[in-house]
Design a protein around this ligand. Sequence first.
Ligand code: IPE
Length: 279
Amino acid sequence: MRERVVIKWGGGLITKKDVLKEPQLDVIGSLADQILECNRGGIDVILVHGAGSFGHLKAKTYRLAEGRVDSSEANLLGPLTQDEAIEEVRNDMMELNRHIMDALTVRDISAVSLPPHQWATDTGTAFKGSLEHFIQAPKGITVVTFGDVVSCQDSREFGILSGDGLVARLAVEVPHVSRLVFAIGGVDGVLAVPPVNAGPDDLIEILTPEHVFDGEHESAIDVTGGIGLKVDRGFYVASHGIDVIMVNGGHPSRVLRACKGSEVRGTKLSVPSSDFKQR
Ligand code: IPE
């Protein structure tokens, strides 16, 4: 039985987060190299990527995470209607996804992309949509999806389905996933103090649900929840007996070590086995 891992590439890692639609192609390339190494080592990958500057900036301007706003307020948001902004963000996300698919295919990695606005509705971990394509993926195929603007079945009409919600469900519901790896940008994992004040010793290597930590949430540009949301989703996954680790994706070899389950600098999320839930 081949192993399966779920990897999330954070948007802040694969894009310049504050410059509209600027991919970090060199980072994407070296992360794709690690997926090839995983495949060669008998590990199949489900890859979920974030949005960074291809999603958050416009989503924030047009308040897409809140759903439909009153037309009087919507008119003040900017030159686009919310519907036009949805279309643009979806297209922008497809564009970012194409950069990623190109990096995979140029390395002969067989990959298929499943954009959430085509198969999922609703947000958070309770999103609806069949995971069958992920479950049935033949061995050696990397299935790719990403944070996206999706329809909602309630009065919001639409919302943002974060990659963090996707990874949580995929790790737990796709059989034989042994670990979930968050590759994040700029930090080595969860820090005990805000990143600007942190030294090398401030990395929390093992994070338990009781831990109190200082999650810096860039609410000015991040519409889906920052590190706190990742930790929350991560504990949900860890409580099903699946290893969850956050590593600095700026060091791609750490991502590979994390995928293999080797010792690596990063933050491991730990839930006591007595608290494990059934998958
Ligand atoms: C956000 O997805 C999607 C959009 C804003 C369209 P994520 O929440 O997974 O993205 P990052 O990793 O924070 O950029």
